[in-house]
Design a protein around this ligand. Sequence first.
Ligand code: F6P
Length: 324
Amino acid sequence: IKKIGVMTSGGDSPGMNAAIRSVVRTCAFYKIECAGIYRGYQGMIEGDFIELNARSVKGIINKGGTFLKSARSKEFMTKEGRQKAYDQLKKANIDAFVVIGGDGSFTGALIFNQEFGFPVMGIPGTIDNDIEGTSHTLGYDTTLNTVVDVIDKIRDTASSHNRLFFVEVMGRDVGHIALNVGVGAGAEEILIPEEDLGLERLLESLRRSKQSGKSSSIVIVAEGDKTGKNVFELKDYVNEHLPEYEVRVSVLGHMQRGGSPSCFDRVLASRMGVSAVESLIDGKSNLMVGLISDKIAVTPLEKAIKGQSKINKELIRVSDIMSV
Ligand code: F6P
């Protein structure tokens, strides 16, 4: 392998820049050329590349977002689009690539490899932590810290006014963020996509907390929670059934994806980048680099895509006990 391409694809996450830096510097270490591919697969199709050396990635380990930009490419989903991408890579003498992204990005890499025999490696970058084969995806830890910090602030105002807050956090399909920040910030209840705890239980829990003299309550709601009600509908529902509560809603939104990566994510990104490049040098392909029991380990992309990391049910129990 003489030249490796690196790109970020899908929703961005803190730590992506640190991972790009690691891929670029590992290439430099092994005296392999490295090209940055702008805007994920769309930039690949358009040949939007930049030559990167060890110094091009200075000062970015602490930066949120991704300097290579990210995109979701519809064109890459077509055979013609992928053919164009392949031609561009060949023209630029790139003979393998590392994609930092989530399951959609990995699916693209896998199809590309099957069609053209092109070596690919994946680094999981998403705040949702919804990928099998790694205990942590890049950005997840940072997001947990960001969200806990914000909920602490919401708690200040909630308790000053004796209010109940519904706080919506990201997590379309999985409740990792909701569960962890819920326990970490001392939420009353946590509503997640994986389990429907029932609205009656929510009312019961809120009744109990009023009786036990709590001055504020926070309920964390994952975007894709199972109750079928969004945070505003939940507010109306509680207003109707428990008029003694003064309810407010806070939707945290995309601020959860921004910010300087935590030390954990920077270290993880650095380790994953090294492993991705070394795997390609060793002639491996179609793998995702992950963290398993604090060791860097690879998982076939196919498995990472099909599986979905499971929530830790112990946290549900811990949360129940803590909100006694
Ligand atoms: O990065 C994953 C995620 O944060 C989901 O939890 C969320 O639903 C989605 O991205 C929103 O992404 P976008 O606004 O970029 O489509």
